[in-house]
Design a protein around this ligand. Structure first.
Ligand SMILES: Nc1nc2c(c(=O)[nH]1)N[C@H]1C(S)=C(S)[C@@H](COP(=O)(O)O)O[C@H]1N2
Ligand SMILES: [Mo]
Length: 259
């Protein structure tokens, strides 16, 4: 990964932010009246959610969040994911969960969204390269999904795997990482109430470049721990492989808590 001095990408686009906050308040009000679904359907093809944990920090603009990305499957430059992910098909999509659990299963993205109560959570994401953003995610606690498959006492870690689809992900033709992208968490980190399975941002479904249709978002870990476009989740007894740790053990240790 290139180490670059990037600006602090915190947003200054007041108009965008103002509109967003208005809409967020509206959605919260409607959700209270049980109308969020209808409102979301009418207003736009957005996701119905209620506000959850947040930060008082001002969200980065949607423009910056969706055009300055790390997603090596689409190339190594920050603009590559937005530019090269147009052909990627995030639907139909299924996630397979197995390993040390009693009820392994394969679940479709629509069913996952229906079965879980979506919340908006505004987290600061820090990349180990030195840049950060404040991102309004929409998602649900990962622990709810994990609990649904009944992990056993042998489940000490949780391993995540990104989809392998070289025909739609041009970066997978290069040996920049050992594909598919793999990351892992200790079971208590994965079950932490702040660990989010994100399916949207800024009230809409996740853009391809941000990890559609679902990715992890951990507010206290460096960005690379949050795998994008996940197709496999496995409970393991041993510490799982991390693509970045494999590539550069010094910079990307397994734990990698951010400051
Ligand atoms: N599959 C996959 N997941 C990934 C990456 C990647 O290259 N491939 N990059 C990671 C890194 S280094 C960061 S900082 C974040 C960036 O997330 P964002 O582009 O949505 O801001 O995604 C993480 N998840
Ligand atoms: Mo990163």
């Amino acid at each position: 990964m290139l180490i670059r001095h990037a600006p602090d990408l915190t947003d200054n686009d007041v108009t965008d932010h103002g509109l967003y906050l208005k809409r967020r308040t509206l959605m919260a009000g409607l959700a209270g009246m049980g109308l969020a679904g209808a409102a979301a359907g009418q207003a736009q093809a957005g996701l119905a959610f209620t506000p959850g944990f947040s930060t008082t920090e001002k969200p980065t603009s949607k423009e910056d969040i969706t055009t300055y990305n790390n997603f090596y499957e689409f190339g190594v430059d920050k603009g590559d994911p937005a530019e090269n992910s147009g052909k990627f098909k995030p639907r139909p999509w299924t996630v397979h969960i197995d390993g040390a659990c009693e009820a392994p299963r394969t679940i479709a993205i629509e069913d996952l969204i229906k079965a879980n109560k979506l919340e908006e959570r505004i987290y600061r994401m820090r990349c180990v390269e030195g840049w950060s953003m404040v991102i309004p995610w929409v998602g649900f606690p990962l622990k709810d999904l994990l609990a649904s498959v009944k992990p056993t006492s042998k489940a000490k870690f949780v391993a995540f795997e990104t989809v392998m689809r070289p025909s739609e992900m041009p970066g997978q033709a290069w040996n920049t990482l050992d594909w598919p992208y793999r990351e892992g968490l200790r079971i208590d980190e994965a079950m932490h109430p702040l660990t989010l399975m994100a399916v949207g941002l800024y009230g809409d479904v996740l853009p391809n470049q941000n990890g559609a249709p679902l990715r992890v978002a951990l507010p206290w870990k460096y960005g690379f721990k949050s795998a994008k476009s996940i197709v496999k989740i496995r409970f393991t007894e041993k510490e799982p492989v991390s693509s970045w740790t494999k590539a550069a053990q010094q910079e990307y240790g397994f734990y990698s808590s951010s400051p």
